[in-house]
Write a protein that binds this ligand. Structure first.
Ligand SMILES: Cc1cc2nc3c(=O)[nH]c(=O)nc-3n(C[C@H](O)[C@H](O)[C@H](O)COP(=O)(O)OP(=O)(O)OC[C@H]3O[C@@H](n4cnc5c(N)ncnc54)[C@H](O)[C@@H]3O)c2cc1C
Length: 375
């Protein structure tokens, strides 16, 4: 079977590798002048590894994924550690009861925590967050951050993103609790280059001749695939600014959330994430912006309308005999890197049976795979 993969991000490269290992004839075309998609590592002007689309910390619970990635790079043992600045004071993130004790209003916060419902309110993002954190803590750290992050009132968002993502911990923990965590020692670009070293790749290419392939796996935007015929899916984006050798509050934190900053939402210290031994540093400041022409389509905005619109596109995609949407853009889904790889692994049987299946079966199988995704 001749398979064309559009997009050389983590999804495209993983698909290419796994299908090539099964003896399919595989090639890749990538729109940009580099591979990696968002998982892209460059060298900063002062000589540090950094990621121009935002710092990425790899983590997984899935043993298949761990064994797979270790074939293409060693990973450093950086466990993602985040801080958050509230009222000018750096605190550990995710917040725990321990870190709240010395906050202003802590009595009120603890009272509201005591009164939390046993089952979180899934009506929308805001009701969910309040039922997990109480109103005071919600106002202090979540409301502003989320409104700026998503560009809409939190009550207009569903719980798809927030569910299982934020919680108040009993004690101080890392942001991810997976056993396997780290960054590829020579960066994501090197890791993905190793993964696809023997697979034909063309950069700066989107056009293709459909008749030359039995299957086309499309990791670009699903709405773009259909020429936006039902309308545009909305994305949130980020603008990135950099400072070299800027001061950093605490060398344990690879990234720090800035819920009360007038411009930036978070900052990332690549020296820490890549465990680079140098006196220099390269700090990335992230400013949330609407995705129009500048910035990439980074985060799907999970309003009810967008979710319904995506579903319409997915139904349409399942009617195609030879083009399958894949990856975070094809499936309009925020996927962590570990999830991206495990989803690709779980999608291989669907891809292999695609032509024999009816559109409805394809759709139900997509739904099953997306619902079964582990955190
Ligand atoms: C700001 C940010 C930070 C993140 N941090 C983390 C983190 O710390 N840890 C973690 O686990 N995950 C993180 N992620 C998630 C991670 O980025 C994704 O898991 C990963 O990028 C998914 O890879 P992908 O290949 O599906 O998508 P992408 O990386 O977007 O790749 C898609 C590729 O397809 C190409 N393409 C698009 N259209 C076409 C076309 N028509 N023809 C050819 N090529 C095309 C694009 O140029 C791109 O190269 C983060 C995501 C964001 C937005």
């Amino acid at each position: 079977m001749r398979v064309l993969i559009l997009g050389a991000g983590l999804t495209g490269c993983t698909l290419a590798r796994l299908l090539k290992n099964k003896d399919y004839t595989v090639s890749i075309k990538e729109k940009l002048n580099h591979i990696g998609g968002l998982c892209y590592t460059k060298i900063s002007p002062n000589g540090l590894f950094y990621e121009p689309y935002g710092g990425h910390a790899f983590h997984t619970k899935d043993n298949r994924v761990r064994q797979f990635v270790l074939k293409y790079s060693d990973f450093n043992n950086y466990k993602h550690t985040k801080g958050i600045i509230i009222g000018g004071i750096l605190r550990h993130f995710p917040l725990s009861k321990e870190t709240i004790t010395d906050m202003e209003n802590s009595d009120q916060i603890f009272k509201e925590l005591e009164e939390r419902p046993k089952v979180p309110d899934l009506t929308n993002f805001e009701t969910y967050a309040i039922s997990k954190f109480g109103k005071t803590l919600y106002k202090l750290i979540i409301y502003n951050y989320s409104k700026r992050m998503w560009g809409v009132e939190p009550r207009e968002l569903t719980t798809v993103y927030i569910k299982n993502r934020i919680d108040l911990k009993d004690s101080i923990t890392h942001i991810f609790e997976d056993d396997f965590q780290g960054l590829p020692v020579n960066g994501y670009t090197n890791f993905l280059n190793n993964m696809i070293h023997d697979i034909p790749l063309e950069l700066n290419r989107t056009e293709f001749n459909e008749s030359l392939y039995d299957l086309i796996l499309f990791s670009g935007r699903i709405d773009e695939l259909f020429n936006f015929k039902f309308g545009r899916l909305q994305f949130r984006s980020l603008k990135f600014n950099y400072k070299k050798n800027s001061s950093w509050e605490n060398e344990n934190y690879g990234s720090i959330n800035l819920p009360q900053h007038h411009k930036y939402i978070r900052k990332v210290n690549f020296k820490i994430m890549y465990q680079q031994k140098t006196d220099n540093s390269w700090i990335q400041f992230q400013e949330p912006i609407a995705f129009k022409k500048i910035g990439g389509p980074l985060y799907p905005i999970y309003t009810k309308q967008n979710i319904e619109l995506f579903d319409k596109y997915l139904v349409e995609a399942c009617k195609s005999e030879n083009i399958i949407p894949v990856g975070r853009l094809g499936l309009y889904k925020y996927l962590e890197m570990g999830q991206t790889i495990s989803l690709v692994m779980d999608m291989i049987p669907l891809i292999e049976k695609w032509k024999e299946m009816k559109p409805k079966q394809r759709y139900l199988e997509f739904k099953r795979l997306l619902n079964n995704l582990q955190d």
